[in-house]
Design a protein around this ligand. Sequence first.
Ligand SMILES: Nc1nc2c(ncn2[C@@H]2O[C@H](COP(=O)(O)OP(=O)(O)O)[C@@H](O)[C@H]2O)c(=O)[nH]1
Ligand SMILES: [Mg+2]
Length: 285
Amino acid sequence: MRTIQWYPGHMAKAKREIAARLKHIDVVIELLDARAPFSSKNPDFDALSKNKKRLVLLVKADLAPDDDMHAALRHYEAKNTKALAINAKSRTTIKKIIHASRLLMEDVFAKEAARGRRPRAIRAVVVGIPNVGKSTLINTMAGRRSAPVGNVPGITRSMQNIRVRDDFELQDTPGILWPRFEAREIALKLALLGTIKDHLLPLHDVAAFGIRHLAATAPGAFIERYGVEADADDIAATLEGIGRRFGALQRGGEIDVDRVVDLFIHDFRDARFGKVMLDEVPDDV
Ligand SMILES: Nc1nc2c(ncn2[C@@H]2O[C@H](COP(=O)(O)OP(=O)(O)O)[C@@H](O)[C@H]2O)c(=O)[nH]1
Ligand SMILES: [Mg+2]
């Protein structure tokens, strides 16, 4: 299948903005979704941040299974990329990020000290695809509600530095990377997680993808929620079963498929089926 190119204008603009913004930055913090630690990565970003210290954060760690998530962390560490799993809402995250950033900056600061420069704060910026948790993390780091947080992908304005600690500053406007979809499967995963605006993929396909995933990984949780089995080979019957169970009917007694699809996708995003890993994580590292 050909590469889907959504938001080409946005992507070019975002790349220019991020490149300009990185000028005075020491550490670029790349946020990935812990439930899709490879699919939520924008491949352009590696080139953009080539000469910077980089820290990868698997965000929403509370929603992903520990084993797979730690295997994903090892995968990044094996590629010489410092990676941590975090919950963007938890205040313990602050120390972890500052500590990791200090380690990354040790060589730079040693060089600066040797040249007689006074110690200074680390300057960091957060980047990632929509809805990954950028604003939430910035709010946690800032210790107050300073950046708008929402469940709808969007763009934040204004740009300032937040002094998180004497030795650590964070830009209060995150860099938005539009996701790249080399394969339809990546698009389906990100749509299921709520990254892509809902009208860009047929929601029925997104739900079908999610139902197939749960049929393979969490059939019990599915039955517990809906009282019907997730049948990977008969999505229509599965949706029909949920609709009857929940009374999502139209006039005439036919089920309202759109409503059932909507219910399922929201349940999935709300972690109603337990912890989720959508990417295949190699466990050989
Ligand atoms: N469970 C969980 N939800 C999170 C976490 N971080 C962010 N969220 C939620 O993810 C949604 C998108 O977060 P937001 O910060 O607006 O993402 P942004 O578009 O990257 O700025 C919000 O509903 C947040 O509450 C996390 O670590 N765990
Ligand atoms: Mg935001």
